[in-house]
Design a protein around this ligand. Structure first.
Ligand code: ZN
Length: 84
């Protein structure tokens, strides 16, 4: 579902870590357990670095090829919802 319509459902960050002029913000998705770490400038709020860590199976390959485009997955998901 995260790769279709809604995007990730991030839990509110806890345990913020301040390093020099940046805050390290760690988020975890309640749906799929993907983790995101942002480095945010403490004064400006600008994200200076963002990394993701995905759970096993999240970045699946399909028939040996990279996963389909997000738009293709969204289309399939919507068809499933509309058609029941
Ligand atoms: Zn997710």
């Amino acid at each position: 579902m995260c790769r279709t319509m809604t995007g990730h459902a991030w839990k509110p960050p806890t345990g913020l870590k301040v390093v020099k002029n940046e805050v390290l913000v760690r988020l975890t998705c309640t749906n799929c357990e993907t983790a995101r770490q942002d480095h945010v400038n403490f004064l400006s709020g600008v994200v200076t670095k963002r990394t993701y860590t995905y759970p096993d199976g999240y970045q699946q390959r399909f028939q040996g090829q990279p996963r389909p485009a997000k738009s293709a997955m969204r289309s399939v998901y919507l068809r499933m919802l509309v058609q029941g």
